[in-house]
Ligand binder design. Structure first.
Ligand code: ZN
Length: 355
């Protein structure tokens, strides 16, 4: 498993929670209260918290290896940490088959991510919207996280291409135009954005977070790989702008289409009656075509954020996108004989799935 350096901030936040009367604060309120203190902290103090976090992570790691040594051994053998792009497909195949062999595939959590941007160049990325979905085959879409991002002033010369892009896709107002309206420009604190993401993956009580899960987004080796690269770049930038360079360097995005292909393959192996089988794909290209065909349907039915629902541009809504991935996977990869499909979780509300 990929490990990332634990966040000293989380330890600091927990210490603050213990010593102040803030137990009824929401996560957001807590961050608002604590972040300024953290930012003012001298570097040497921050280092102290980071060291504490590292020690906690070691303790947890020790506990976990003791609890799951058998599983870990199997995983060790099969999950050779491969960082090269070309090996990502292999890693997904290994992940799916290992989880299936261990009987853990149905409850394995997958994270789907999508990020849209105002503008990107060689030096920087200016994100506009972020969405994350938590999914398992048994439960379908378990939870989602949606953040509208205000990346601050765009660089000189970016306004025109950014405006053109916004008009064609997400329809957000540029962060540069900022006069007297009550338009919501989104969250501008990258620290807050990062903490919301980490909290979504693993609630603050369980700090420190020490396992970085795999994230999946659209684009695959057979089609539109640039889309995947673009989302990965934006994701990494969000972590970097929040000051978490160590985590950023560990972040890897995988193709949800590759995942779709292998999950479909595995879903058919345990089915007894041929009529219960899902349509099986002969190749990754075939899987990619089916994925896009299903996306033309679910992409319009998957609920988006309020703004994109109102402006009728669900195709460009990150939240609608990650939900669509969940519905597509459910249609082709869930063994519906074993688990009844759940409305709103495996398929959109009010959608009638053929028996
Ligand atoms: Zn949206």
């Amino acid at each position: 498993m990929t490990k990332f350096k634990p966040n000293g901030f989380v330890v600091f936040a927990n210490e603050y929670k213990r010593t102040h009367n803030v137990q009824y604060y929401t996560f957001r309120e807590l961050l608002d209260v604590i972040s300024p203190f953290w930012n003012e902290l001298p570097e040497t103090d921050k280092e102290r918290y980071k060291d504490k976090a590292k020690a906690n992570a070691k303790r947890l790691e020790f506990k976990r290896t003791r609890e799951t040594s058998n599983n870990e051994e199997v995983l060790e053998k099969r999950l050779k940490l491969v960082d090269v792009e070309a090996d990502k497909k292999q890693r997904i195949e290994d992940l799916v088959y290992t989880a299936s062999d261990l009987g853990e595939l149905d409850d394995k959590i997958f994270y789907f991510v999508n990020i849209s941007t105002f503008f990107e160049d060689l030096n920087d990325v200016y994100p506009a919207e972020f969405a994350l979905a938590k999914y398992s085959l048994r439960k379908g879409l378990i939870d989602t996280l949606h953040i509208k991002i205000n990346p601050g002033e765009l660089p000189l010369g970016a306004s025109y291409p950014a405006l053109e892009k916004a008009n064609k896709t997400h329809k957000y107002l540029l962060p540069n135009v900022k006069e007297g309206s009550n338009y919501d420009y989104g969250e501008s604190s990258y620290l807050l954005i990062l903490m919301s993401i980490l909290d979504f993956i693993d609630p603050i009580e369980d700090a420190p977070i020490d396992d970085l899960p795999l994230f999946f987004t659209e684009g695959s080796s057979v089609n539109d790989y640039n889309k995947l690269i673009s989302v990965q770049k934006a994701f990494v930038r969000i972590f970097e702008k929040a000051g978490e360079y160590d985590i950023a360097s560990d972040l890897k995005l995988y193709s949800v289409v590759d995942l779709f292909y292998y999950l479909n393959e595995v879903s058919n192996t345990s089915v007894v009656y041929p009529e219960d089988k899902n349509e099986k794909f002969s190749s990754l290209t075939h899987a990619d075509e089916s994925f896009r065909r299903a996306d033309r349907l679910f992409g319009y039915l998957a609920k988006g954020c309020d703004f994109h629902e109102e402006n009728d541009v669900l195709r460009s809504c990150c939240l609608s996108r990650v939900r669509s991935y969940g519905y597509i996977l459910s249609k082709y990869c869930v063994n519906s004989v074993k688990y009844p499909l759940i409305e709103g979780k495996h398929f959109p509300k009010d959608f009638h799935i053929e028996p």
